[in-house]
Design a protein around this ligand. Structure first.
Ligand code: FAD
Length: 500
């Protein structure tokens, strides 16, 4: 009769697969989220993602209360592998419901929780929710996973129909959401065998603040405020400009993309809602929507790559690329640090890294440019860049981040060929022609005209002086010469050529 829904990367009530199925089948449904110390403990004490999650949980708690009086979110702080079984027992639940999370660590955790609960006689039910097509739903004619994006996309488009994109009408069964027992309403340790939480709650709050769980308060970009409510506002705003997406998406100074990636990562918006809208508009002939839908399909694509090839987490998708000898030692370490801090002397690369460090977001074009620069101009292992992005990105998603890095390293599934090497100056001239994006993050270059801003070291000293820029003083000299680096990269990658 009683079920427990475990929220993870699906922090919304609207269109939620596991919540819908639990409500449809059970008379009393509790909802819970675990601030999992297995994940939180290794993180730095100031982390924007923690702030984002806590705010999203507060909205989720309010929204559950709005669906049914007295309902709300139970928040726990501890290892999820033990917290969920303890909570299920305390609530007398006969079934656990959750949505799939296909990252290897999450699969291990879910298997452990599932085994514990099944051994106690509980039912364990999990659902697809995070992507439109998951795991082996889109396969080639001979039943193999796709290794190239375009045929995958074509198969995805052939397979999709309104059924896969339809909304789970959670509100229909909202009266089955259970009132929270008083003991849970405000968290207080309640003694052996009872439900406890090891954070001291702010009075009247079920959702802790950062300091309640040992984190420092961090300010969130306004764009990311208010969990699922903020996500709907962002999406409404994006729909007003989606028809320009194809023309504007590559120019970081413009408001081109949707900025929805963090919401997609934490499920504060439903992928079905986004894909449904984009698909309908694409079918009506809007090229902006068709291009955007392709990006959502890339997201499904990389998730299925991770599902079928979990070894990509630490290895090249193409094994021969693991033979490459990357730069190492003190000089490589210093160059890596310069890249992280935005001190390479290449203005577009540096502005992009400052965007990442300051906001937790980086524009897609710039992710490609900075990743390429680290790998093919500095010769540094893509895994070091991948790890840095994983630490800094609010939207960090293992499948997409790994896919993006392996694309740039040419080692991935349908990656760019290794001999295609981005020229960071040409990329800057093409995608930030006026230097408007650069100037936002590097105000010391704000007086440089477009012809000097992309490669200031090529300017005559008098020209720079007239603009108030002293290279090596206000802004670094380039740490590497692109042409020389390009040749070194071609040599480094020679090991991947078929040896016949
Ligand atoms: P939009 O252009 O509005 O796209 C809409 C959505 O489509 C995105 O929110 C995202 O969910 C999905 N999407 C778009 N491009 C891709 C792509 N290439 N691969 C997979 N999904 C995509 N995306 C992440 O969500 N998390 C990451 O950790 C991540 N790391 C990346 C690392 C590198 C090196 C590269 C090249 C790309 C990475 N991306 C990642 C993909 C992409 O850059 C971001 O999804 C995008 O910039 C997010 O901004 P947006 O929401 O405004 O995108």
């Amino acid at each position: 009769e009683t079920a427990l829904v475990w929220f993870r990367r699906d922090l919304r009530v609207d269109d939620h697969a596991a919540l819908f199925h639990a409500l449809k089948r059970h008379r009393r449904v509790f909802c819970a989220f675990v601030l999992d110390t297995d994940i939180l403990d290794p993180l730095p004490r100031a982390d924007r993602r923690v702030a984002f999650i806590l705010e999203a949980l507060q909205v989720l708690d309010d929204d559950l209360g709005a669906l049914a009086a007295g309902a709300g979110l139970i928040v726990r702080h501890g290892p999820a592998r033990t917290e969920i079984p303890t909570l299920a027992a305390a609530l007398g639940a006969g079934a656990l419901y959750f949505n799939h999370d296909d990252e290897p660590d999450a699969l291990r955790r879910d298997a452990e929780v599932g085994d514990t609960l099944r051994a106690r006689g509980l039912q364990v039910n999990s659902f697809k929710d995070h992507v439109v097509f998951e795991r082996s739903e889109v396969l080639t004619a001979v039943g193999k996973p796709y290794g190239v994006f375009t045929p995958y996309k074509n198969a995805w488009l052939r397979q999709v129909n309104p059924f896969f994109l339809s909304n789970y009408p959670v509100a229909r069964y909202a009266d089955r959401l259970a009132r929270l027992p008083d003991a849970l309403n405000a968290f207080r340790p309640t003694g052996p065998g009872r439900v406890t939480a090891d954070f001291a709650p702010t009075p009247g709050r079920r959702v802790p603040t950062e300091s309640d769980i040992g984190f420092e308060p961090v300010e969130l970009p306004t764009l990311l405020a208010e969990g699922s409510r903020g996500a709907q506002r962002l999406f409404d705003d994006f729909l007003r400009r989606i028809d320009h997406y194809a023309d504007r998406r590559d120019f970081p100074a413009e408001k081109g993309p949707s900025y929805l990636s963090t919401h997609l990562r934490f499920g504060t918006i439903s992928i079905r809602q986004l894909a449904r809208e984009a698909w309908a508009r694409a079918q009506a002939g809007d090229p902006g929507s068709a291009t955007w839908l392709s990006e959502l399909i890339w997201r499904d694509f990389y998730h299925q790559v991770l599902h079928h090839h979990p070894r990509v987490v630490s290895h090249a998708f193409r094994p021969e690329y693991d033979r490459i000898a990357w730069a190492s030692g003190p000089q490589a370490d210093a160059e890596f640090e310069a890249w992280c801090q935005g001190r390479t002397g290449y203005p577009l690369v540096d502005a992009a890294m400052l965007q990442l460090n300051r906001t937790g977001y980086m524009h897609n074009r710039l992710r490609m440019v900075t990743a390429s620069f680290l790998i093919k101009d500095l010769g540094i292992d893509w895994r070091r860049g991948e790890a840095y992005f994983a630490q800094q990105l609010l939207d960090f998603d293992l499948a997409a981040n790994n896919g993006g890095w392996q694309w740039a390293a040419s080692s991935g599934c349908d990656a760019q060929p290794y001999f295609r090497i981005f020229n960071p100056v040409n990329q800057s001239e093409k995608f930030d022609p006026e230097g408007a994006f650069i100037k936002r993050y590097l105000p010391q270059l704000s007086r440089l005209p477009p012809k000097l801003i992309h490669a200031p070291w090529l300017a005559r000293p008098a020209e720079l002086q007239a603009c108030g820029v002293g290279l090596g003083r206000d802004y670094p000299l380039p740490i590497v010469r692109h042409e020389t680096a390009r040749m070194a990269t071609m040599d480094r990658y020679a090991v991947v050529k078929d040896r016949g």
